[in-house]
Design a protein around this ligand. Structure first.
Ligand SMILES: *[C@@H]1O[C@H](CO)[C@@H](O)[C@H](O)[C@H]1NC(C)=O
Ligand SMILES: *[C@@H]1O[C@H](CO)[C@@H](O)[C@H](O)[C@H]1NC(C)=O
Ligand SMILES: *[C@@H]1O[C@H](CO)[C@@H](O)[C@H](O)[C@H]1NC(C)=O
Ligand SMILES: *[C@@H]1O[C@H](CO)[C@@H](O)[C@H](O)[C@H]1NC(C)=O
Ligand SMILES: *[C@@H]1O[C@H](CO)[C@@H](O)[C@H](O)[C@H]1NC(C)=O
Length: 366
């Protein structure tokens, strides 16, 4: 549904981390995919947006955007997926943005506790926060909402760099074998940052000195700025369209995944220029704190990013991705639109592909 909120025309309601401004597509070499072919998406027939999937006790758990963060389970990635409940019993305790239906959750587990990182925000604005809820079970019923991990735009701590120039959404936490943990976040504006978390995984290692690494940024704006953009809503320098970071590990590399381009607010009559829609990119590093480089040797923070999966056949604008390991094989999962069915936000589908590594670079398989 499109709502006009003065500044922007926004895809709200079940909104995710999408920026949702009306962007005039313009030719820009950076945004054109190099005629790559991709294998078809493995289908699940499951609606989702910004999926997070874990495997626990032989059951797959899917968490996604929806009222109170929706949980589905399935015996395999292909499904059938069954809705079993929600993470939160009520709205997020954080008094910001879309508290009723937090965006872009990522669930991780450590020592028998499950941590669900989520975001509350408003489409197109960076008055946002990352929150976290924990539970002893990956299913519904026993989650405790601990509230804010970090915030941007307004509120305590938001004046500290990099929170004063970034957007605290799309959290994803990486837990290393040695017990250290790092959380990536960011969307549009200045891109993707990573901060060390405290041992509890509920707060930054330091609230006053974040020790943030700037890991990915798209220097080229995908279009002109909205004339009414300010430092909180819109971006006076135009939309720098990367978001949805996720870090996976496959010895000896850490892989920083992100989505680039327009995720949502897709109008069949005015699609973004080819290659300017969502696609899934990656860079790698032997150090979890980066820097991350793409296959051509470009630092992700300078606009690098190797495309691993993009639009093909009826699959359109795949993104919001993550990686789950099953029997030693990594699977890339994401949401996409089926071009011959619907481009509307609520009709986005869960798709996945196994990954093969060629010279340490992931390649999506049929
Ligand atoms: C992609 O293919 C089209 C049509 O074959 C061609 O005109 C274009 O130059 C190609 N682009 C790249 C980046 O190779
Ligand atoms: C962000 O905060 C830092 C201090 O943490 C300051 O040096 C910098 O100027 C601020 N940037 C903006 C755009 O306010
Ligand atoms: C774990 O390894 C990371 C990356 O090598 C390092 O930054 C961190 O300090 C280590 N943590 C501990 C507790 O040794
Ligand atoms: C704001 O953050 C500081 C530093 O973490 C903390 O000491 C203080 O209690 C916080 N204030 C509020 C109102 O949460
Ligand atoms: C898209 O939908 C069509 C029509 O239902 C179906 O035949 C096709 O397999 C779907 N493709 C994907 C990738 O979902």
């Amino acid at each position: 549904m499109l709502l006009r909120l003065g500044l922007f025309s926004l895809a709200l309601v079940t909104s995710s981390h999408c920026f949702g401004t009306h962007i005039e597509p313009r030719p820009n070499l950076l945004w054109i995919n190099a005629n790559q072919t991709f294998p078809p998406s493995r289908q699940t027939h499951q609606h989702t947006h910004d999926p997070s999937i874990i495997l626990a006790h032989d059951t797959f758990y899917l968490y996604n955007v929806g009222e109170h963060i929706v949980i589905h389970t399935a015996p395999s990635l292909a499904g059938p997926w069954t809705r079993v409940g929600t993470v939160l019993d009520a709205n997020s305790v954080i008094p910001k943005g879309d508290r009723a239906a937090p965006w872009a959750p990522t669930v991780v587990s450590l020592d028998g506790t499950y941590y669900c990182y989520y975001s509350v925000s408003k489409a197109g604005c960076r008055d946002s926060a990352v929150g976290v809820a924990t539970s002893k079970s990956p299913g519904p019923g026993s989650w405790v909402d601990h509230g804010i991990v970090i915030q941007t735009g307004t509120g305590n701590g938001s004046e500290i760099a990099p929170y004063n120039v970034s957007n605290a959404i799309d959290p994803a936490t990486l837990i290393l074998a040695n017990g250290s943990s790092f959380m990536t976040f960011g969307s549009y504006w200045t891109g993707i940052y990573q901060i060390p978390l405290s041992k509890t995984l509920l707060s930054p290692a330091s609230t006053t000195h974040p020790a943030a690494q700037h890991l990915a940024y798209e220097p080229k704006a995908q279009g002109p700025p909205n004339p009414q953009a300010d430092s909180i809503c819109g971006d006076p320098t135009g939309p720098h369209a990367i978001e949805g970071a996720y870090t996976s590990y496959r010895d000896p590399y850490y892989y920083l995944w992100f989505s680039r381009g327009r995720c949502c607010d897709l109008d069949r009559g005015a699609l973004p220029a080819e290659g300017a829609e969502y696609s899934i990119r990656v860079g790698r590093s032997e150090d979890p704190q980066g820097p991350y480089f793409d296959k051509a040797g470009h630092d992700l923070v300078d606009g690098g990013g190797t495309i691993i999966y993009g639009s093909n056949a009826q699959t359109y604008a795949p993104g919001g991705q993550g990686v789950v390991q099953v029997d030693g094989t990594d699977y890339l999962y994401y949401h996409y639109q089926n071009k011959s069915v619907s481009l509307s936000f609520s009709d986005a589908l869960l798709g996945f592909n196994p990954l093969k590594y060629v010279n340490g670079w992931p390649v999506a398989q049929a």
